[in-house]
Design a binder for this molecule. Structure first.
Ligand SMILES: [Zn+2]
Length: 335
């Protein structure tokens, strides 16, 4: 079949139109729309959600965006030169592009959102959670509960935008110690300068839910829903909490801010970040829990390891750990 026959056959069938072929406008008043590479670079990223099965539950990792952090100026118990060397060894730039990840758990009877992203607090670096939630097939008003790992802007800022609840039907679960800390004027006065703005931000995120009777406070370890348990790790903030989720014997731990920067804090778990409320307790939490997750081969979900932040930690035999990301999978996903 010759090229003219092929084209006319396809055009007759409506598969391609004359505009597609750039025929309209040739010699006319309208220039043809550019095609393919001539349209220029698209400069957009794919919707950022990643789904997996966990027993009878379905998990969806959701990106809220990424933020550039000058980590060599933000860490303690390690020198800036050591931070830069570890970042370079991990093929990371500095400032370092750091993911902000949230996670959705569909238990079959409840839709649980673990953390709510930054909302408008981080400008264009954050606030993509809702678009990605919608791309993943859900609307904010379908969320039954938001489980907060802690009240920092990149985890709770997305709860409320312009004073309005983004998740109008959700109950917000947060550790009482984190909630009370952010409403304590003495704690606010005593906080270091770089942490002071977190207090009004946290209150603004939570207050519309409190006014609506939609906040549930928990304390330390316990069970929130069948198969969903809290694990206190109160170094990073006074109520910083990990969530252990289990279905049909399959387990995952959402480990929140146990690790902010994998390239530095996995090989050097003692390295802390300067918005830890209690740096030595945060380092002890990290070392102890990473050892347990490595020994138990626990699947973990991290708020700040590169999206989707799902993987395992493995001992590096030198007192540190390595990150083994979960590979792309279609297992259990039939559509
Ligand atoms: Zn964080």
């Amino acid at each position: 079949m010759g090229i003219h026959k092929t084209l006319s056959t396809l055009m007759a069938a409506g598969v391609i139109g004359s505009a597609t072929l750039g025929l309209v406008g040739c010699g006319g008043s309208h220039a043809a729309e550019p095609m393919g590479a001539a349209r220029g670079l698209l400069k957009s990223q794919a919707p950022a959600f990643y789904r997996m099965q966990l027993g009878d539950y379905e998990l969806t990792a959701l990106s809220d965006g990424t933020v550039l952090l000058p980590l060599d100026q933000m860490m303690s118990n390690i020198t800036p030169a050591e931070v830069r060397a570890l970042l370079t060894a991990g093929f990371e730039a500095h400032p370092t592009e750091t993911s902000i990840n949230a996670f959705l758990v569909n238990t079959g009877s409840k839709l649980l959102l673990i953390d709510a992203g930054a909302g408008t607090l981080f400008g264009t670096s954050g606030g993509r959670l809702i678009d990605n939630l919608k791309a993943a097939g859900y609307d904010p008003d379908e969320i039954d509960a938001v489980l907060l790992t802690h009240l920092h802007g990149d985890h709770s800022g997305g709860l409320t935008v312009d004073g309005k609840r983004v998740f109008p039907n959700a109950v917000v679960y947060v550790d009482k110690a984190d909630r009370d800390y952010r409403f304590d004027p003495q704690a606010e006065a005593a906080a270091p300068a770089n942490q002071k703005n977190m207090f009004p931000q946290s209150r603004a995120a939570l207050m519309p839910y409190e006014a609506a009777g939609k906040v549930a406070l928990f304390q330390g370890a316990g069970e929130l829903f069948p198969g969903v348990e809290t694990i206190p790790a109160h170094g990073h903030t006074p109520g910083h909490t990990l969530f252990h989720v289990e279905s049909r014997g399959e387990k995952i731990v959402f480990f929140a801010d146990l690790v902010h920067v994998a390239a530095v804090q996995l090989p050097q778990p003692q390295a802390t970040i300067n918005f830890d409320a209690n740096e030595s307790a945060a380092a002890a939490d990290r070392l102890g829990m990473l050892e347990k997750f490595a020994d138990d081969r626990t699947l973990v979900a991290a708020a700040h390891i590169a999206f989707p932040g799902l993987g395992h930690v493995r001992s590096d035999k030198a007192g540190g750990f390595q990150w083994i990301p979960r590979y792309y999978s279609l297992q259990g996903l039939t559509r």
